[in-house]
Ligand binder design. Sequence first.
Ligand code: GLN
Ligand code: ZN
Length: 762
Amino acid sequence: MVTTHNLGFPRIGSNRELKFALEKYWKGALSEQALLEMAAALRAQHWQDQAALDWIPAGDFSLYDHVLDTSFMLGNIPSRFGTLPGNEIDSYFRAARGRSVSDNAACSCVNAGEMTKWFDTNYHYIVPEFDKNTRFSLHAGHLLEQIQQAKQLNYQIKPVILGPVTYLWLGKSKDGSDKLELLDDLLSVYAQLLHALKNADIQWVQIDEPVLVMELTQEWKHALRKAYYQLQATSPNLLLTTYFGQLQDNLQLACELPVSGLHLDTTTAYDEVAKVIDWLPSHKILSLGVVNGRNIWKTDLTKTLDWLEPIHARLQDRLWLAPSCSLLHVPVNLDSEQKLDAEIRSWLAFAVQKLSEIELLANALDHGRDSVATALWENSAVVTSRRQSKRVHQAAVKARVLEIDDALGTRQSPYHQRTIVQRQKFQLPLFPTTTIGSFPQTQEIRQTRRDFREGRLSESAYRQAMREEIETCVREQEALGLDVLVHGEPERNDMVEYFGEQLAGYAFTQFGWVQSYGSRCVKPPIIYGDVLHSQAITTEWIQYAQSLTSKPMKGMLTGPVTMLNWSFVRDDQPRADTCLQLALAIRDEVLALEKAGIRIIQIDEAALREGLPLRKSQWNDYLDWAVRAFRVTANGVSDETQIHTHMCYSEFNDIMEAIARMDADVITIETSRSDMELLDAFDQFHYPNEIGPGVYDIHSPNIPSIDSIIELMEKAAQRIPAERLWVNPDCGLKTRNWDEVKPALRNMIAASRYLSTAARAG
Ligand code: GLN
Ligand code: ZN
């Protein structure tokens, strides 16, 4: 018999119950006990949703983040959290958010643990902190409680833990010491943990080592060997899981580690399965992750069975089936979606539906395809309908992509020539000031949008209200004295959703929430078909804003790479192809703005860096098509139209050369939080165009002083000639209020005036 299991289930709840409970608890409106009861109820619900599986995960639930849970379980809590008053849950949320429910806002706040992306997903974990004095100790109470709860409910469970080597890999050494020096101490605690699980009568433990899909040095490979040889004696059966990529030169190592089973993500490592079967010793089970745990499409079950049947014939009972990775990265249940177009809905599977697919595949293998004939037939019908749908395939879009050539993505003249034309036209001062696009999204603005969406406000009343917002925003900017203005983006809920909603090929769910971090969820749009721009999206707003002022008005768009990276994407064509379709659609919008007389256009690529592949060896390929897509979007304009782009993340020294190839006239980037460290990259690499290093952190309510801005800009001016520098905040201002924005921008403008006067004098 084939064994079915799951690597992890979404924690947030199908109605985001956990999010709302957490936020209530943080506000002091829910007791600790009520929060914990709600968490236990959610777990029970999730186990019930998975009841048909042979092995159900336990310990995959978390109140905030599973990596933070692991740090607590291993006694690795930085002292700044542990020494403050309060109980364990207070320290836990302090480590997650910088404050706990019992801290009053003014006093005992500490810096939260740093947060970063979980491999190449959009989930963020709290980075473990290490130094040479770090010592581990076991605190497995919470895990054992969850196991106890599941057992009481009579579920056959498989605890899930993060492997020791991946745990070290994900953390950060605070004093520059070698993290691997901590391995021995860490392993002794893992040995105790596994021993405790064995004593709790656990047969299988899932131990996640996704680090096996990364490029590993000899030291890290050795750490894996050492870890599993050492843990083997005290452990229940270990199922070692890898996901998100291929094993490549770690394949042999993964097969040989002394564990009882290996899990492979066959959505990314399909080509490696045959080799793994050859290498894997015959006493080990092989778990194949055949259903994509990161995307929302139904699996082609017949095609999967064609492939699985011979594997099953060979492996027999050694074959286990599961989703490719934890289902944390997909929404919970498609049944909640009542408004989604019926045809598109028929193509989708969320977490609950994905587990049914696993069941079906296992039944077909065990009892023959005839035993599930109807379900297979229905699956084939929807797979075929999607493959052939006219809504998916638009010949004209595909033809246009094929016609893209280098000329389409190349400006008329190189930067050093067109900048002369632009300077003549805009007559901007030295150190020109601008913002990144959005201005405060007040309660009233959000309410107006909601009223319009839900039919309580007519279209004309809505437009009028938005025009008034735009006018307020323009007047404020004029009064402050900014050089290049924006309309403020009041009409936008989200920078991707807003554009997606107006392009063909995009669909939106009502409840398709996915955890991003802690209580924060995102609802990624779904790109289901060829993307088409049929009418101008932004021109009306931007033109109106321009009509209010004689200063240049900057048009604001979201770039193709960001549109792609923050959506669920098609699995029936390469990401690069979808990205080029998006590029053509946004290009049409760029040209529409230009035609409408807008001479400065910003194309945000906030998420460009997020798409980088896990292995560095694949970076160039990604950057090549991502840069090409941006160039197609941006570079069809005339010399005198100025293209800006904006990026959010401070670490991109290593991709600076690719960013330069985008050939935007101006790039605005986040730098203030790194104290302009980013600019070190310019010592080696001479960025040829203009740049606006963000001079203050918009994530903080603090008002930056004039001096601090001058100091940062002077640092910048040491690397980049003054005539190519802009002055702007780090990112959009939509999360701030006007009382913060006005004094901050006032100081920013004063700093710019000081700098330009000083430059002219000196
Ligand atoms: N133009 C967007 C804004 O100002 C950019 C947001 C972002 O970079 N994340 O809000
Ligand atoms: Zn930004």
